[in-house]
Design a protein around this ligand. Structure first.
Ligand SMILES: Nc1ccn([C@@H]2O[C@H](COP(=O)(O)OP(=O)(O)OP(=O)(O)O)[C@@H](O)[C@H]2O)c(=O)n1
Ligand SMILES: C[C@](O)(CO)[C@H](O)COP(=O)(O)O
Length: 233
């Protein structure tokens, strides 16, 4: 099963507010981006690795990828996460429909080989896979400052990444999405779920270490995760 791993690093990190993309902030003595690049580049399960880097910072990503001797391709990202996904899909347009792709947020820097294995095992059977953890808060839908819906907590999970797909499914979902003038998405499984609702999306176990560095406080946790990590495996 040929597999491409895509690290989405096209964001600018407005909420962290470091004045440069958060994936370039030094954590544990290395740029945050170096951690997922190492994990993907050293995974025997991935045939191809692509980093989709924030515009204006491709050279910095290439420097981070350099130790892996051409195994990691760096391309420029788009204005939104979805636009960056589409850039990766364009770069992989010649990959066969039955090949697989894993999309991973660079902001979830401490990705291990174990979660890549779980995703790819699920893709042996399913067309789409999401990594998720249970919610611990009570989550409600609100509108106009009022509670509108309270889904039972045991029915809820929170998505992390990677999210994985057979290319055929991802391409079919995006083809429909791009014809929809109201199309917006915060992740790629959401695109499959919305436009190919009959496609099962398999859930596999996430990991608290897959924290998405989003707010300044997350950098404190990221330092701890960098100091206590046991490698990519
Ligand atoms: N145009 C974009 C925006 C986001 N991402 C990536 O998608 C992941 C999730 O995005 P997020 O954590 O929201 O990052 P930012 O968009 O950088 O954050 P902010 O909204 O605070 O600016 C990140 O790894 C980010 O680099 C991307 O590839 N291209
Ligand atoms: C893909 C994702 O990480 C799943 O939780 C999330 O949707 C990314 O959202 P963001 O707004 O780009 O941070």
């Amino acid at each position: 099963m040929k597999t491409t791993g895509v690290i989405l690093a096209g964001g600018v990190g407005l909420r962290v507010g470091a004045g440069r993309p958060k994936q370039l902030i030094e954590v544990g003595g290395r740029p945050l981006l170096a951690y997922p690049v190492e994990a993907f580049a050293t995974s025997a399960l991935l045939d191809r690795v692509i980093v989709v880097m924030a515009s204006g910072h491709v050279a910095e990503a290439e420097k981070i990828a350099a130790p892996y001797g051409g195994r990691v391709e760096v391309i420029e990202g788009g204005a939104t996460r979805t636009a960056s996904t589409l850039r990766a899909m364009e770069a992989t347009r010649n990959e066969p429909d039955d090949a697989c792709v894993l999309f991973h947020d660079a902001a979830r820097a401490f990705v291990g080989h174990d979660v890549l294995e779980r995703c790819l095992a699920a893709l042996e059977t399913y067309e789409s896979v999401a990594v998720a953890l249970p919610v611990t808060d009570t989550v409600v839908a609100v509108a106009d400052g009022l509670v509108r819906d309270m889904p039972p907590r045991p029915s809820l999970v929170r998505f992390q990444t990677p999210q994985g797909f057979r290319f055929a499914t991802l391409r079919a979902a995006y083809e429909l999405a791009l014809k929809d003038p109201e199309f917006v998405a915060t992740d790629d499984c959401g695109v499959v779920h919305r436009y190919l609702p009959d496609t099962p999306i398999k859930i596999v176990a996430g990991d608290e270490r897959l924290l998405k560095v989003t707010e300044p406080l997350d950098l404190v946790l990221a330092e701890h995760l960098a100091a206590t990590r046991t490698g990519s495996a």
